[in-house]
Design a protein around this ligand. Structure first.
Ligand SMILES: Nc1ncnc2c1ncn2[C@@H]1O[C@H](COP(=O)(O)OP(=O)(O)O)[C@@H](O)[C@H]1O
Ligand SMILES: [Mg+2]
Length: 248
């Protein structure tokens, strides 16, 4: 039997921690290593992964259409013109028809047969879409920032993920400040201890993320954030690579 792909949900307590940016960045890095990667926008209220990947107006169909059988997966996905092997499956423009957990799980099972990795971009919080993503994903990545509010949010989200075996829920700390003149109030260890999760990766604060968004391109692979996304992609892909050194 061919190897099944892996579905990974990206979640956070509050919005703005960088889930969508990292789904696009890590997805692009996985595709660069030769893994067929599908990024799914699971935010049915505020879809924006298409904008972040520079793929607006590309597809009329979305994941609710595929889940409900109104079109095929192949008809709904769009391959990125600049990154072979990187695909997007949109969310509906607004609302869309409700997808049940059973439909979502069936969609994930179908996706696993056609892709090496599926990155599911969840909306913030623990509403219906969070339930769909956490119910269908094999692993979860919780994206947090370096402040006490984000740590408290992470603690709260973790309590909803106790069905996952230890190690299948990991933490990405985003927007790590690299300036030698600004020592952060919290250390990475504080955040890991607070959230009670092992670390999947660190991503620095980097203008390249906003620049990519404004230009409708993927994050530059040779930027600090691009290298961090590659590091996480390699670790997700099972390679042993050390975490990037961000503090001296
Ligand atoms: N590492 C980073 N460095 C700089 N800006 C970032 C970084 N990660 C995210 N951002 C910016 O933060 C904002 C929110 O990011 P987004 O990915 O939309 O978060 P979420 O999906 O969690 O709501 C965007 O403007 C994005 O460009
Ligand atoms: Mg988002």
């Amino acid at each position: 039997m061919p190897q099944q792909g892996i579905c990974i949900g990206f979640v956070s307590g509050k919005g703005g921690t960088g889930k969508t940016s990292l789904v696009a960045g890590i997805g692009a890095a996985l595709a660069e290593t030769g893994k067929r990667t599908l990024c799914v926008d699971c935010d049915t209220e505020f879809r924006n992964l298409d904008l972040v990947m520079g793929l607006t107006e590309q597809s009329l169909m979305d994941f609710t259409d595929v889940a409900a059988g109104r079109c095929t997966l192949e008809e709904a996905v769009t391959e990125h013109p600049a990154r072979r092997g990187l695909f997007l499956l949109n969310a509906p423009i607004r609302g869309g028809e409700r997808v049940t957990k059973m439909e979502m799980n069936a969609l994930a099972a179908h996706i696993r047969k056609h892709f090496d990795f599926c990155l599911m971009d969840a909306p913030p919080g623990m509403g219906d879409s969070f339930g769909l993503v956490s119910g269908a994903a094999d692993r979860m990545l919780l994206v947090a920032e370096m402040n006490p509010l984000s740590v408290r949010d992470a603690q709260r989200v973790v309590t909803e993920l106790d069905a996952f075996p230890p190690g299948d829920v990991r933490l990405i700390v985003n927007r790590v400040c690299l300036s030698p003149f600004r020592r952060p109030e919290l250390t990475i260890d504080d955040i890991m201890d607070g959230a009670g999760l092992p670390l999947a990766g660190l991503v620095p604060e980097d203008d390249a993320v906003l620049k990519a968004l404004c230009h409708g391109t993927l994050i530059k692979p040779d930027s600090a954030a691009g290298r961090a996304c590659r590091n996480i992609a390699q670790r997700i892909g099972g390679e042993y690579v050390p975490l990037p050194r961000m503090y001296r």
